[in-house]
Design a protein around this ligand. Structure first.
Ligand code: PEP
Length: 252
């Protein structure tokens, strides 16, 4: 059995000014300074990345971005490139979040180019997949999730994927207060691991960390995180307060 170190990442979405970022991350840093059994990350908005990097310097909290362009430079108004993020101190990047897919039209093909760019720049891609309520009710969860995985990982070989993290985020559970039951989440996580095993080899699948995301909070984290194929959490709303993100880390 491969030991997988759990990974908890806070996705702040479009929240927090630079000064709010400093305050929250200083408190988080103090609250989790003794934790070494869990990888911890926070994804502030782009404008706060440099300030966040200063506050987190020398800490056990990684800096993540919420999105990224696949090219290094060029005429791409409004976009931010992998070298720019690395320069700002970013090591992890959330890709294919359902809000990017739904609100900004991101396709599996586009997300594939970003995953490849992240790996090429030695950043940790956190690839988000998940079904809508309607797709779940139509029994399409497995085909949607495996389709998103094969679409985004189409060009990659096992050896490239050492750092890949997958986040299973049922869309009906994001920001709604509805959480997948531990059993529902575990079932999909196991399917994801098996699918990655078929696609990229059993060794990659065994090492792959699969986060659950969707209304994770301090009071439901422990029962989700004790499932055998749940290796961490991607946390939205509950990551905005240092204490609640720290409590989720401790629940791990
Ligand atoms: C998310 O957006 O990645 C997320 C999981 O949000 P929340 O925790 O608020 O449901």
């Amino acid at each position: 059995m491969v030991e997988r170190k759990p990974i908890i990442v806070g996705n702040w979405k479009m929240h927090k000014t630079i000064s709010e970022t400093r305050t929250t991350l200083s408190a988080l840093r103090a609250a989790v300074q003794d934790v070494d059994s869990v990888d911890i990350g926070v994804a502030p908005p782009f404008t706060s990345l440099s300030a966040a990097a200063e506050v987190l310097l020398g800490s056990n909290i990684a800096l993540a971005a919420q999105n990224m362009h696949c090219r290094d430079t060029g005429a791409f108004t409004g976009e931010v490139s992998p070298p720019m993020l690395l320069d700002a101190g970013v090591t992890h990047v959330i890709l294919g979040h359902s809000e990017r897919r739904e609100l900004f039209g991101e396709t599996d093909d586009l997300i594939a180019t970003k995953v490849e760019a992240a790996l090429a720049h030695r950043m940790v891609p956190i690839l988000c997949v998940g079904e809508t309520q309607g797709q779940r009710e139509a029994n399409e969860t497995v085909s949607v999730v495996t389709g998103q995985l094969s679409g985004a990982l189409r060009q990659l070989r096992g050896a490239d994927l050492e750092s890949l993290v997958v986040a299973y985020e049922p869309i009906w559970a994001i920001g709604t207060g509805l959480t997948a039951t531990p059993g529902q989440a575990q079932q999909v996580h196991e399917i994801i691991r098996d699918f990655i095993g078929d696609l990229l080899g059993r060794a990659v699948a065994e090492r792959l960390r699969i986060q659950y995301g969707g209304s994770v909070k301090p009071d439901n984290a422990a029962e989700l995180l004790t499932q055998p194929d749940i290796d961490g959490a991607l946390v939205g709303g509950a990551s905005l307060e240092a204490e609640s993100l720290a409590a989720i880390v401790r629940a791990c």
